[in-house]
Design a binder for this molecule. Structure first.
Ligand code: AMP
Length: 507
C-alpha cells in the first residue's frame, strides 16, 4: 500500500529527538545543523525540485564533494520519492557518460568545476544541471533558499526505488542496483537494534557518502537514533584521533584502522569514551584486529554487506567478536553457503554465500536477465562471495567467486594463501591472483607487500614455508614484491588492476 509511513524519511522523522533544536550534524570547523534545520532544508530542496517539474520516480544524479548539504539533498529526494543516484567523485567523463545514458536522470547536481561537462550531456531527458559546492555555495542552495520550507512527505510503496547505486564490479559494465524504501528500512532498523544504538551516541563520520557504508549504514543509524554525528569531509588519522574523545561510535574501512595504528597520537586515552568501532567493506586483517585491541583496548566489530543487499552479517555487540569472521546473519537475513549443486556445505567447507530477506535489492536497473541470473529459483541472492561457517555459526568471507583461481583444474581460494603469507615474518600484506598460464590455465601468483621494500623476505624461503602448509598446487608459482597494493576508495584491493599489470608474467 502506498502510504507516507512506507517512505523511509517518515520512519526517520518518527524517531527524531523530541527537542528538534538538538544537533544532527557538527562539522570539523564547529558549524552545527539541528534536526529542525534538517527538516526545513529538506522541505525547501524537495519543494524547489518539485517546482522544477521533477516527479516521483525521476532519477537525480549527484556527483559532489561531501558536505552536510549533500545529505540534505539525499534526504529531500527520499522525502519527495525521487530516486537518488550518488556517483563516486573519482568517476571520469567516459564513466559518467555511461551512467547518464543508462540511468537517464532528469537532473544532475555537480560541482561548479564540472558544470560545463554535465551541461554538455543535456538532452531530451536530462534537462537540469545545478551546482552544490562546499561551504553552502552553488545554484541548488542559492535557488532553493527563497522557497518556502513546507513539504508533505510523499506516500510510497515499500518496493518503490529510493536509490540507484552502481556496483563497483571488477568485470563487465557497472550495474545499477535498485534499492527500495523497504530495503533501507528493514536493514537500518535491524542494525539499529543489533548495535544497540542510543540517542546519546555520537558518530564520528569520516567515510565518503556515495557508497552504502557512509550513506546508509552510518547516516541511517544516526537518523534512526535521533543522535548526532561529527561530520568530516574525509578521513585523516590526526583529525580522527583529535575528535575521538567527543564520539562514541566510529565506522571505517580496514585502511582507516591501519592508518589509525600508524598515527603516534592514537592511544587508549583518546578512545576511552568510545562504545564501538565498526569495520567493513573489505576484509579486516587479523593482525589489524589484534594490534588495534592492544593499542586501544577496543575490539573492532566487523560486519559484512554489499550494495545489493545492505548489511547481511555482523559480529555481536555482546558476545565474542571473532577476528577473521564477519559474524552471524543479522535478524531478518537468511544466509546459506552452498556448493555448485546448490547443496548446503558442511561447517568449515567453502561455498558460495546466498542471502534472502527484506534487505535484498529489487534488481539491476533495466537488466532483467542479469537480475534473474543472480537469484536462485527459491529467491536467494547469489552474493558471489565465497564463504564458510564455523561451528558457532560465524561466517568468514574467503574471497570473491571471480577471484577464485583455477589452476590445472584445481580451485584455489586466494584467502587461504594470503592468510599464510600475511603471518610470515617480513610480510605486511598480500594479494593472491590467477594469471594466464599455458600449462595450468591459471598460475597462482602472490603479490606481496613486505615490511621493508628494500629488504624483502627470501622468495625461496617463502615458497618453502608455504609448501609445508599447503597442497603444492596452491603454492604461488611466482612471488612479486611491491610497495603498496592498489585499493579503491572503499579500501578494496583492486585485483583486476594487479591481473592487468602482470598479465604477461608467464608468457
Ligand atoms: P560493495 O558492493 O562495494 O559494498 O562491495 C561488496 C563486497 O565487499 C562484498 O561482496 C564483499 O566481497 C566485500 N566485503 C564487504 N564487507 C566485507 C568484510 N567485512 N569482509 C570481507 N569482504 C567484505
Amino acid at each position: 500500500m502506498s502510504t507516507k509511513h512506507n517512505n523511509i524519511y517518515s520512519i526517520f522523522q518518527d524517531r527524531f529527538p523530541e527537542d528538534t533544536s538538538a544537533t544532527f550534524i557538527e562539522t570539523a570547523d564547529g558549524a552545527e545543523y539541528s534536526y529542525a534545520y534538517l527538516e526545513q532544508e529538506t522541505s525547501r530542496i524537495a519543494r524547489f525540485l518539485t517546482s522544477q517539474g521533477i516527479k516521483k520516480g525521476d532519477r537525480i544524479a549527484v556527483q559532489v564533494e561531501k558536505s552536510p548539504h549533500v545529505l540534505f539533498l539525499y534526504l529531500a529526494c527520499l522525502r519527495a520519492g525521487f530516486v537518488y543516484l550518488p556517483l563516486n567523485t573519482a568517476y571520469t567523463k567516459s564513466e559518467l557518460s555511461y551512467f547518464l545514458e543508462n540511468a537517464e536522470p532528469v537532473l544532475v547536481v555537480c560541482k561548479t568545476e564540472t558544470e560545463e561537462l554535465f551541461s554538455d550531456f543535456k538532452n531530451k531527458t536530462l534537462k537540469h544541471v545545478f551546482t552544490l559546492d562546499l561551504n553552502e555555495h552553488g545554484s541548488l542552495i542559492e535557488q532553493s533558499r527563497s522557497t518556502a520550507a513546507e513539504f508533505e512527505t510523499a506516500a510510497c510503496n515499500t518496493d518503490d526505488i529510493a536509490v540507484i547505486l552502481y556496483t563497483s564490479g571488477t568485470t563487465g559494465r557497472p550495474k545499477g542496483a535498485m534499492i527500495t524504501h523497504g530495503n533501507l528500512a528493514a536493514n537500518s532498523l535491524a542494525l539499529q537494534k543489533a548495535w544497540g544504538w542510543q540517542q546519546s551516541d555520537v558518530l564520528l563520520h569520516a567515510l565518503p557518502i556515495f557508497h552504502i557504508h557512509g550513506l546508509f549504514v552510518a547516516c541511517h543509524n544516526v537518523l534512526l537514533g535521533g543522535s548526532k554525528m561529527l561530520f568530516l569531509e574525509k578521513f585523516d588519522s590526526k583529525t580522527v584521533t583529535q575528535l575521538l574523545p567527543k564520539a562514541t561510535v566510529f565506522m571505517g574501512v580496514p585502511t582507516f584502522y591501519t592508518r589509525l595504528l600508524d598515527e603516534p597520537s592514537f592511544d587508549r586515552t583518546c578512545s576511552q569514551n568510545m562504545r564501538l568501532f565498526i569495520s567493513g567493506s573489505a576484509p579486516l586483517l587479523e593482525q589489524t584486529f589484534e594490534d588495534f585491541q592492544q593499542r586501544s583496548s577496543h575490539t573492532i566489530l566487523e560486519r559484512y554487506g554489499m550494495t545489493e543487499t545492505g548489511m547481511n552479517t555482523s559480529n555481536p555487540l555482546k558476545g565474542d567478536r571473532i577476528a577473521g569472521t564477519v559474524g552471524l546473519p543479522l535478524p531478518g537475513v537468511e544466509a546459506r553457503i552452498v556448493d555448485e549443486n546448490n547443496q548446503a556445505v558442511k561447517n568449515n567447507s567453502v561455498g558460495v554465500l546466498q542471502v534472502k530477506g527484506d534487505n535484498v535489492f529489487k534488481g539491476y536497473w533495466r537488466m532483467p536477465e542479469k537480475t534473474a541470473e543472480e537469484f536462485t529459483d527459491d529467491h536467494f541472492f547469489i552474493t558471489g562471495d565465497m564463504a564458510q561457517y564455523n561451528e558457532q555459526g560465524y561466517i568468514s568471507i574467503v574471497g570473491r567467486n571471480k577471484d577464485m583461481v583455477i589452476t590445472g583444474g584445481y580451485n584455489v581460494y586466494p584467502k587461504e594463501v594470503e592468510l599464510l603469507l600475511d603471518e610470515t615474518e617480513g610480510v605486511k600484506e598480500s594479494a593472491v591472483i590467477g594469471l594466464s598460464h599455458k600449462d595450468f590455465g591459471e598460475a597462482v601468483t602472490a603479490i606481496v607487500v613486505p615490511e621493508d621494500i628494500n629488504n624483502p623476505p627470501n622468495v625461496d624461503g617463502l615458497k618453502k614455508s608455504l609448501k609445508e602448509q599447503l597442497a603444492s598446487y596452491k603454492t604461488p608459482k611466482k612471488i612479486i614484491f611491491i610497495e603498496k597494493l592498489p585499493r579503491n576508495t572503499m579500501g578494496k584491493v583492486q585485483k583486476n588492476i594487479l591481473r592487468e599489470t602482470y598479465s604477461d608474467l608467464y608468457k
